[in-house]
Every structure is written in structure tokens, then in C-alpha cells.
Design a protein around this ligand. Structure first.
Ligand code: HEM
Length: 422
């Protein structure tokens, strides 16, 4: 995750096509002026064979609910998709990349191991445990005068949580990290322009490796079930029966990655935003319950998933007078929709007190975020405790250095000076 990728060093990017600027690293620290430009052409198609970029709130929401738009990897003919690589054998796509009815069946089975009605305890019952993990991490920073919120807090926290939930040994994180990085890099369409970045083939190979690693754990749980999601996924308690072994593995890969690569950015974007708006940091310190509104507004104002680039039209679609031909790839820029003045009053203002925060941060429709209750709870606990325990926190660098990824966007480091950790 180098902070100065090759494609960041081009000529003045303000002259470049908007499509290139979305993925270009120079847009990363503050992509919002670019999104404002994008919304002026709400159905943008700049390159022959390139994607149609959709950036206004109501269009995005409509398309997320439109059955003529497919998430199925098999419909993605573009050569830049990890699933269309010729060697794409081994692990089948997860339900994120499937349409109904398969999507619905797999999501229902996964859900029966994750939350209500089958496991009402699994997320709500976590609050105390989340508090304890956060407390340990902050205790470990005692005496520090300068901390990196990412490496010392916002990353280790959700990794610990998802490992415990799934039943993956926490200490093996360095091992699976090596496979997670190329998979996550493969989600960024900008990577195709950077010869140094891992491509779709590397992402596909890493997925297979991670699947093989998880297969060992799944085998253990088949013989000796425990109280964790891997055991429940294998057993398949719901009315849909069990998943096949390959389905269990692709679901486990999805949950392991989605379970931490996004939450780290929500927590870090959150701390950065609060340090830029100290009045809310103060208020949060006095009233931890405000974390609920703060996290919702963050999902609108600085969403960790900026765009959904993996959708394909399965028929011609008319939108705002433009015909999007069958087979076209569509990018839905959630973060641009979240700042659409047609939908939100004063959209560029961070305002947790706003009455109406129906953001697109978790997507919408049948693929809307499966882990949303967990992600919300993690971020609420994390931000409330950071506000309470960091004594006089100050940003050491603004803007901080960002991760290269244009899809999963967030700071690579967030250096904060403190008078102490209480
Ligand atoms: C789907 C965002 C945390 C699991 C999604 C989607 C978004 C999203 C935007 C929709 C993708 C699409 O429409 O193609 C986020 C954000 C998170 C977060 C911003 C944290 C702040 C989590 C966590 C988990 C998780 C903690 C797991 C424990 C999933 C899964 C899907 C998904 C499995 C696929 C759902 C489907 O295809 O039906 N997430 N997510 N996410 N998320 Fe999350």
C-alpha cells in the first residue's frame, strides 16, 4: 500500500478525464470537489468500452434496487475482473458477486449464523466484549505522546473481532494479511493503470490461497464444532440446509475481508473528522450516546466504501435520456450520492444533528451490507472510547497519508499527539 503509487505522478490531473481522476491517487485526500463535478454529468461515459459512472443519490439508489443490474461475476465480461481471468478456477464467487436466487440462499444461510432471528445474541451480546478489546488496546498505549490511530487501534480492533466471530486464530493475522492485501488491491479499478500494483491474477491466486488456509479450519470445525461462525456455516442450521464446502469457503473469505478492511476506515475517518470538528469530540466525550448519530453521519460524510464498481447491465437501460447498452459496466459512486444536494441539505457539512441521514454508506437493496449492525457497533464503541481516553488529542498531519485504494478509502496512518492516554 505505497503512499505514492505510479499513477499518482502523472501530469496535472485536473486536465485528465473525470474517469481517470476518480481512481487517481491525487484525488484521494479530498475527492469531494471531483464528485461535485461528476454530478454535473450524472450518467458519465468517457471511454469506449469503459464504465458508465453514476453519481447522483436517486439514480444510485434506483439502480441498487434494479434487477436489470447484475452483480454476478459471470456477467462481468470486462477483462479487468478477477473472476474473468482465464485461470479463474478453484473458489467460486461469494454471494457479493451473485444474483438471486443463489445470492439469497447463501446470504440467508450466512445470516442464520450471524444475527437475528437465529442468533440474536451474536452481535448484541458482543458489546461488552468489544469494550474489553478496545480497553486493552488503549491500555497498551499508556504513556504514549504520539500514536498512529490506524496501526495501533483502528486496524487491530476489527481484525480481533472478526477473528473471534469466525473462529480464526488472531495470532495468524500476519499469515492471512499476505493474501488479504492483493485481494483488496484487486477491488480497486485504478490498479489496472498501475503496472506495479497486484493485478486480477494475483487477486484470484490470493483468494484461492486464503480459501485453502480457511479449509483447514473448516475441517477442524466439521469434526469438532465450537461456538463460532465457521462452525455454524458448516452445520447450516436454517431452512435452506447447508452450504457446499466451496460455498462455505468463499463465504468465509468474504466475511473475513469485509469484516475488517472497511471498519478500519470508518474508525479512522471518524477520528480524523472529529479532530477536524473538535466541538463534536467534546460533545462525544460528555455523552457517549452521541456516537450513534456520529457514526451514521460519518457513513454519509466520509463513507469507507466510496464506489461500487462491480455491476453490469443485463439489458439496455434508459437513464436521464442516455441509453446504457446491455453488457455495460456500471460504477455507482456512493460517496458522491451521499453529498448530493438534491437529497441532503448542506451536504458538505458534517452535521450529526441532521434529522435525516439515510446514507448510501452500506449500499442499498439486496446486497446492502450484511455486517452493518456489527460495523456500527464497533465504530460507536471505538469512537466513544477514543474520545473519552485520549487526553488533548491533536492531529500531527492534515491531511494524513491515504491508502492507495479508491474503493476502500481511508488514511494509511493517522498520527495524533496526546498529553496521555487516560
Ligand atoms: C456488502 C459497506 C462492514 C460484510 C457491503 C456493501 C457496502 C458495504 C457498501 C454493498 C456492496 C454492493 O452493493 O455490491 C460496508 C462498510 C462497512 C462494512 C462501510 C464498515 C464500516 C462489514 C462487516 C461485514 C460486512 C463488518 C462482516 C462481518 C458484508 C457482506 C456484504 C457487504 C457479506 C455482501 C452483501 C451481499 O452481497 O448480499 N458492505 N461494510 N461488511 N458487507 Fe459490508
Amino acid at each position: 500500500d505505497s503512499p505514492t503509487p505510479q499513477h499518482a505522478r502523472g501530469p496535472a490531473m485536473t486536465q485528465a478525464p473525470l474517469l481517470r481522476r476518480i481512481t487517481d491517487y491525487s484525488s484521494r485526500a479530498d475527492p469531494y470537489p471531483l464528485y461535485e463535478e461528476l454530478r454535473r454529468t450524472p450518467v458519465l461515459h468517457e471511454e469506449e468500452g469503459g464504465p458508465y459512472v453514476i453519481s447522483s443519490y436517486y439514480d444510485i439508489k434506483g439502480l441498487l434496487h434494479d434487477p436489470r443490474i447484475s452483480s454476478d461475476a459471470a456477467n462481468a465480461t470486462a477483462a479487468d475482473d478477477e473472476f474473468s481471468a482465464p485461470e479463474a478456477t478453484g473458489l467460486p464467487p461469494s454471494f457479493l458477486r451473485l444474483d438471486p436466487p443463489e445470492h439469497d440462499r447463501l446470504r440467508r444461510i450466512a445470516n442464520s449464523s450471524f444475527g437475528p432471528p437465529h442468533r440474536p445474541d451474536r452481535i448484541d451480546g458482543l458489546r461488552g466484549e468489544l469494550g474489553a478489546i478496545v480497553c486493552d488496546l488503549l491500555d497498551g498505549l499508556a504513556g504514549a505522546e504520539r500514536i498512529d490511530v490506524v496501526d495501533q487501534f483502528a486496524y487491530p480492533f476489527p481484525v480481533t473481532v472478526i477473528c473471534r466471530l469466525l473462529g480464526v486464530p488472531r495470532e495468524e493475522e500476519p499469515r492471512f494479511r499476505a493474501w488479504v492485501d492483493p485481494i483488496v488491491a484487486g477491488l480497486d479499478p485504478g490498479n489496472r493503470d498501475d503496472p506495479g500494483a497486484p493485478g486480477p491474477k494475483a487477486a484470484q491466486e490470493a483468494r484461492v490461497q486464503l480459501g485453502m488456509y480457511l479449509a483447514g479450519l473448516v475441517e477442524e470445525r466439521t469434526r469438532d464444532p465450537r461456538d463460532d461462525m465457521l462452525s455454524d456455516l458448516v452445520a447450516g442450521h436454517g431452512p435452506d440446509g447447508a452450504m457446499s464446502m466451496m460455498e462455505v469457503l468463499s463465504t468465509a473469505v468474504l466475511l473475513l475481508i469485509a469484516g475488517h478492511e472497511t471498519t478500519v476506515n470508518l474508525i479512522t475517518n471518524g477520528m480524523l473528522t472529529l479532530l477536524r470538528h473538535p466541538e463534536y469530540l467534546e460533545r462525544l466525550r460528555a455523552d457517549p450516546g452521541l456516537s450513534v448519530r456520529i457514526v451514521e453521519e460519518l457513513l454519509r460524510y466520509e463513507p469507507p466504501v466510496q464506489l461500487v464498481p462491480q455491476r453490469t447491465c443485463i439489458t439496455d437501460i434508459e437513464l436521464r435520456g442516455v441509453t446504457i447498452p446491455k453488457g455495460s459496466r456500471i460504477w455507482l459512486v456512493l460517496a458522491a450520492g451521499n453529498r448530493d444536494p438534491e437529497r441532503f441539505k448542506d451536504p458538505d457539512r458534517f452535521d450529526p444533528d441532521r434529522e435525516d441521514i439515510e446514507h448510501l454508506g452500506f449500499g442499498s437493496g439486496i446486497h446492502s451490507c450484511f455486517g452493518a449492525p456489527l460495523a456500527r457497533l464497533e465504530a460507536q464503541v471505538a469512537l466513544a472510547e477514543l474520545a473519552r481516553r485520549l487526553d488533548n488529542p491533536r492531529l500531527a498531519e492534515d491531511p494524513p497519508p491515504y491508502r492507495t485504494n479508491a474503493v476502500l478509502r481511508g488514511p494509511r496512518h493517522l498520527t495524533v499527539d496526546v498529553d496521555g492516554v487516560l
